[in-house]
Design a binder for this molecule. Sequence first.
Ligand SMILES: Cc1cc2nc3c(=O)[nH]c(=O)nc-3n(C[C@H](O)[C@H](O)[C@H](O)COP(=O)(O)O)c2cc1C
Length: 203
Amino acid sequence: MPQKSKQLLEESRTRRTYRQFLDESVNMDVIKNCLMTAATAPNGADKQPWHFCVVTDSEMKQKIRTESEKIEKTFYEEKISTEWQADLEKLNVNWRKPFLTEAPCLVVIFKEFYKILPDGSKDKNYYVTESVGLATGFLINALRNAGYASFTYTPAPPTFLRTLLNRPEGETAMMILCTGKADLSYELPVLKKKTLEEIATFY
Ligand SMILES: Cc1cc2nc3c(=O)[nH]c(=O)nc-3n(C[C@H](O)[C@H](O)[C@H](O)COP(=O)(O)O)c2cc1C
C-alpha cells in the first residue's frame, strides 16, 4: 500500500501545465478511455452532470481561439486587477491563446445543470460544479497516465462555447482542457509546491 501510494505521488509530480504541444494527433481510443475514466467520478445523486466535447477539427479550434482571444483582450486591457496581473507575471501569460489551435485536441467540459424532458419540464442536477470538478481531475490524471499533457483554460464568460458546439440550454462550459503530447522544449515556470505541513492538519 505505501509503495503504491508513493508511486502515484511520484508519477503525479511529473504532471505540469505545458503551454506548447507537439503537432501530433492524439489516439482517439486513448482519449475515449480517459473520458470513461472521468465518468467514474463520484457525483451528486449519480446524475453524472457532465458532457465532454472533443474537438480535433482545425476550423472549430480556430473559431474557439478567435472567440477566446476577443474575450481575453477585453479582460487584459480593461478588467484585470493589478494583483491578478502580478500573480500571472511569473507564468508569462497574456491575451493570446495560441495553444487553442496548436494543441491537437481540445476537450470542452460542460456542466449540465438541467435537462429539458420531452414534456417540457426540467430534470435538475445537484452539486454540479463539485461533480464536474472531480471528473475533470480524474480526466487530467488519466491523460497524464496515458502520456498526454493537459492545459486547463477557462474563458470567461464561456457562453460562446455552448453556441459554437451546439449544446443545450441547461449546459454551461466550465473549462477547455487542451491536450496532446507536450512540447518538451517549453520552458516550464519554476513553481514551489506547498509542503504537507502547509496543506494538511491532522487531528
Ligand atoms: C481553472 C484553471 C484555469 C487556468 N487558466 C489558465 C490560463 O488561462 N492560462 C494559463 O497559462 N494557465 C492556466 N491555468 C494553469 C495554471 O496556471 C497552472 O495549473 C498552475 O500555475 C500550476 O502549474 P502546474 O499545473 O504546472 O502545476 C489554469 C488552471 C486552472 C485550474
